[in-house]
Design a protein around this ligand. Structure first.
Ligand code: SF4
Length: 243
């Protein structure tokens, strides 16, 4: 673990109050110890992955393949990683024994999305992050009211692990502009009506005027559909706050 994580994040926030995301990222990678990026290789992922490639192509990039992704996402992961020259993408999958025991027919998502996300996302991510001092996420404040106060750097209270959010203050227009400026490959499903892309069984097209995340877990009656890590513990979050 690097020197006190809380002090380190406070330093980051003070020194980078207004600096470009790339500068923040570079400094954070230099000081935060063992850090991995966690990426879904979704609609916006190319922005942060491009910044990583400009800084350290050997940085571990953890790609969680729930084994329920769109085939387009799996292909896009390979295409984008090759395009950017990323040399250390690690595909994280659910434990086969646990899958067989808890979701033998692959239909758990129909009965219990939270248990399914726990099995296919949260537990594999927890195992993968065990050896790291911190991780980088692509979360942004504009995505949800629950992220309105998101800092660029934060500490998970239980693990002491640093969580870095270089794009916290970016908006959708900045994302589009960056993708255009660097001519980055787009996830093919975006052009087909999927502005937010998760697992195939739980993602539908979004109609004009709908929230970009409306296609995630569409039709679910409960308000808590995703699982996100807070303090190293898999914690249920509201639909609009799910990763
Ligand atoms: S998004 Fe759906 S299929 Fe994917 S892990 Fe969660 S419940 Fe399962």
């Amino acid at each position: 673990m690097p020197r006190d994580a809380t002090t380190l994040t406070a330093d980051f926030l003070r020194e980078h109050a207004r600096s470009p995301a790339q500068d923040f990222l570079k400094d954070a990678l230099a000081r935060a110890g063992r850090v991995a990026m966690v990426s879904s290789f979704g609609a916006d992922s190319a922005v942060l992955l491009h910044m990583i490639a400009q800084t350290d192509r050997a940085l571990p990039v953890l790609f969680i393949d729930t084994l329920a992704l769109f085939p387009e996402t799996v292909t896009y992961q390979k295409t984008l990683a090759a395009h950017l020259g990323l040399r250390n993408v690690q595909t994280i999958t659910p434990d086969r024994g646990e899958l067989f025991a808890r979701d033998p027919d692959g239909l758990l998502h129909r009965a219990d999305t939270e248990s399914c996300c726990q099995l296919r996302k949260a537990e594999p991510l927890a195992r993968a992050l065990a050896g790291y001092d911190g991780w980088i996420t692509g979360r942004k404040r504009y995505q949800a009211a629950t992220r309105a106060d998101l800092d660029r750097a934060e500490v998970e209270p239980d693990t002491g692990r640093i969580r870095l959010n270089p794009l916290a203050d970016w908006n959708a227009a900045q994302i589009r502009a960056y993708l255009d400026a660097h001519d980055l490959p787009r996830h093919p499903l975006v052009a087909r009506g999927y502005p937010s892309i998760g697992c195939q069984p739980c993602t539908t097209r979004v109609l004009s005027g709908e929230d970009p995340r409306a296609g995630r877990w569409r039709g679910a009656e409960k308000t808590e559909c995703g699982i996100h890590f807070i303090g190293g513990v898999p914690t249920r979050t509201r639909k609009e706050d799910a990763a």
